[in-house]
Design a protein around this ligand. Structure first.
Ligand SMILES: [Zn+2]
Ligand SMILES: [Zn+2]
Length: 203
């Protein structure tokens, strides 16, 4: 079982923000549990596990120091999340673009305009961007980008879907209906190993 913990950081921590994230993740999980991916996945609010939330927050707070990078943070997060054989976890952070988590991700990867992921840590710092929730969470589960890094408007030739959520700017409503993932990424998600550590995808 893979658990995605989600957490909203101030100043984005209203009930509305929490509702948005938990419902978007819930919607994604519903798709992932079904064919063709059939992933055992659960979505949890980090604050419902206060001990874990405290440890995670301590690590995230280090990002206020510029010498501590998003990659440093992600690697330290692996030490506190339950990452094991029987069950394993990932962390999804929602925050404002001025939050130090967002600033650190953007500093490390300038192409990461609205969100960044470095396994097992994903961040989204554009409000109400459901595509962003899906895209970054799918990175956490092993999906790869379908755009050329040198020119994000260019689609990768191995993406066989007209509109794929792993593109740089997929259509706004793409996350509403399946399919929103190309065959390449469906296959990657089907093979997701409990302890798999996909290469860094900071964007
Ligand atoms: Zn694709
Ligand atoms: Zn991406």
């Amino acid at each position: 079982m893979i658990t995605i913990y989600w957490h909203c950081l101030k100043p984005v921590a209203s009930e509305k923000d929490e509702k948005f994230i938990s419902s978007a993740l819930g919607q994604l999980a519903k798709h992932l549990r079904k064919e063709p991916i059939e992933l055992a996945i659960s979505i949890k609010r980090l604050l419902d596990e206060p001990k874990l939330a405290r440890k995670v927050t301590e690590i995230l707070d280090k990002l206020s120091d510029q010498s501590y990078t998003f990659t440093n943070c992600a690697s330290e997060i692996t030490g506190v999340l339950p990452i094991g054989e029987a069950s394993t976890a990932r962390l999804f952070i929602y925050c404002s673009p001025s939050n130090y988590v967002a600033v650190a991700a953007h500093r490390e990867e300038p192409v990461a305009k609205w969100g960044g992921t470095c396994w097992p840590l994903a961040s989204l710092y554009e409000y109400n961007n459901k595509n962003g929730v899906f895209h970054e969470t799918l990175h956490l589960l092993g999906a790869e980008d379908c755009y050329e890094k040198k020119d994000p408007s260019q689609k990768k030739p191995d993406c066989n879907l007209d509109s794929c959520i792993m593109e740089y700017s997929p259509p706004v409503n793409i996350s509403e209906n399946w399919p929103f993932l190309c065959d390449k990424n469906v296959n990657l998600l089907r093979q997701v190993k409990k302890n798999a550590c996909p290469k860094l995808t900071l964007e």
